[in-house]
Design a protein around this ligand. Structure first.
Ligand SMILES: Cc1cc2nc3c(=O)[nH]c(=O)nc-3n(C[C@H](O)[C@H](O)[C@H](O)COP(=O)(O)OP(=O)(O)OC[C@H]3O[C@@H](n4cnc5c(N)ncnc54)[C@H](O)[C@@H]3O)c2cc1C
Length: 444
């Protein structure tokens, strides 16, 4: 068996084909850090956690300076290449029907993250197709509807959350496609173009945050103070650091054998013409998540009449995607898109890209104080728009000693469990994924 290398030496190297940013106007990037400098705080990675942490540190400590270092460009990491659902309810591995307190905790944290984003989008007039359209959790087969949507409905009842169960014509009228057997609709999810949101968040950073793009941190020295070394020997020093660089944190030696990196794939169509929109039916601006999170597909019909398609989920311990896998997934996207939208004839998926995220075996985040002057908010467990915004803001509260009441909820989520050594890990994860994909094969 071929075992991919450990990711310790890796930096992010996302493809340049992210559709969400390709459809936006050209953006002037902030310059890279080219001279050594001192700051009060250092934040590594400008995803949702990094933006929220840097912004909150700056607001809580207005006389202090924050350096936000991003290896790539804003919106080109997972934060700008996801499906664009800020989800408010327990999702995928947050579900634990036997533990209602855990469910309520996830809801409090996710809604806190969504409230922060709602406020920023409104105050800074961020143009990202921000929408309060909610989410359809859809099952293709009656069997998965009974099994998975049935237990989702029971959990929502127990949590006291409102929802609608939709089937047949009622569902068809909303979505246009007849591909799905049934859905649970919940109203609290926000939808958006995530690359546009990320750019807007960067523009909304307080003036005491200094954002440096194309500035990968190669190494980190943590005592005394913190010093990050960048290409060209540039050194950025600070009193304290907050690491928000997701699965890439293992480069700095933290959370070794605790994070599981995965690669996901997404496509975006051109805008449908008025005639194609009529053929599809339904109303634009909806989002579907699959009842079977591993085997199914996520879809959006955007405000500008494009279809977003997200399908495919592979273990990627080296945080890289082989070209052969990419080609296979691209082909699968075309076929599965046609099966859902036979009425859309020749509409093509113009953009196709891959993206990386990290999960933990027990769903816990990598969050908290790691040493005297180093903090972390990593590992999104696949739902980072809402949750990593909360995790980033709350790690800034923790580091600034504010005693914010939601810190207790973050701590109660626990720490990531230890994983087996490789190659046992690779074999176990691949076998688990294969069995889940087989069990959910009706949901493709
Ligand atoms: C295809 C796809 C679909 C998804 N759909 C959804 C969805 O609909 N809803 C949802 O909530 N989540 C979704 N996700 C997950 C979501 O994108 C992540 O949860 C979220 O981006 C995590 O935010 P973050 O800030 O923790 O990390 P990231 O967004 O991964 O940001 C980390 C940043 O750190 C930078 N970095 C890494 N190493 C270094 C270094 N050494 N120096 C400097 N910078 C560094 C990276 O370039 C990156 O920009 C999806 C992910 C993918 C890939």
């Amino acid at each position: 068996m071929n075992v991919a290398p450990e990711p310790e030496k890796l930096l992010p190297a996302d493809d340049k084909t992210n559709g969400w940013s390709a459809i936006l106007p050209r953006r002037e990037h902030r310059p890279a850090a080219q001279e050594s400098a001192d700051f009060d705080w250092l934040v590594v990675g400008s995803g949702y956690a990094g933006m929220a942490a840097a912004s909150r540190l700056a607001l809580l400590n207005p006389s202090q300076t924050v350096a936000l270092l991003e290896a790539q460009q804003v919106g080109e990491g997972a934060q700008g290449r996801n499906a664009g659902f800020a989800i408010d309810l327990p999702h995928n591995n947050d579900h634990d029907p036997s533990n209602m307190e855990k469910g309520l905790r996830h809801i409090r944290l996710s809604r806190y993250g969504i409230d922060c984003l709602d406020e920023l989008v409104r105050t800074h007039d961020i143009d990202c197709q921000w929408s309060r359209s909610g989410r359809y959790d859809c099952a293709v087969s009656p069997e998965i509807s009974r099994k998975i949507l049935g237990s989702t409905a029971a959990e929502l009842d127990a949590l006291g959350e409102p929802y609608q169960f939709l089937q047949g014509e009622a569902l068809h009228e909303r979505l246009g496609t007849r591909y799905y057997d049934s859905a649970i609709y919940t109203p609290g999810t926000r939808l958006m173009n995530p690359a546009a949101l990320s750019r807007g968040l960067a523009d909304a950073l307080p003036p005491n945050v200094h954002l440096f793009e194309n500035s990968p941190v190669l190494s980190l020295k943590t005592a005394p103070g913190v010093t990050a070394t960048l290409p060209g020997g540039v050194k950025i020093s600070a009193r304290k650091a907050v690491l928000t660089n997701n699965a890439f944190i293992s480069r700095f030696g933290y959370f070794k054998r605790q994070l599981l990196p995965f690669v996901l794939f997404a496509s975006l169509s051109r805008p449908l013409t008025p005639e194609e929109r009529k053929r599809l039916g339904g109303t634009a601006d909806w989002g579907i998540t699959p009842a079977h999170g591993i085997a199914g597909a996520t879809l959006r019909y955007t405000q500008d009449f494009r279809i977003l398609f997200r399908y495919g989920f592979q273990f990627a311990p080296a945080l890289r995607c082989p070209e052969s896998l990419r080609e296979r997934m691209k082909h699968a996207h075309e076929l599965l898109f046609r099966a859902r939208f036979p009425m859309l004839g020749q509409v093509t998926l113009e953009h196709f890209w891959a993206g990386f995220l990290s999960l933990t075996q027990n769903g816990a985040p990598g969050w908290g104080r790691l040493s005297e002057n180093v903090y972390a908010a990593v590992n999104c467990n696949g739902v980072g728009i809402a949750k990593q915004t909360a995790a980033g803001a709350l790690i800034a509260e923790l580091a600034s000693d504010t005693g914010h009441p939601l810190i207790a909820d973050m701590i109660a989520l626990g720490a990531p469990g230890m994983l087996p050594h490789r190659p046992i890990l690779d074999i176990g994860v691949r076998a688990y994924l294969a069995s889940m994909k087989w069990a959910g094969r009706s949901e493709k």
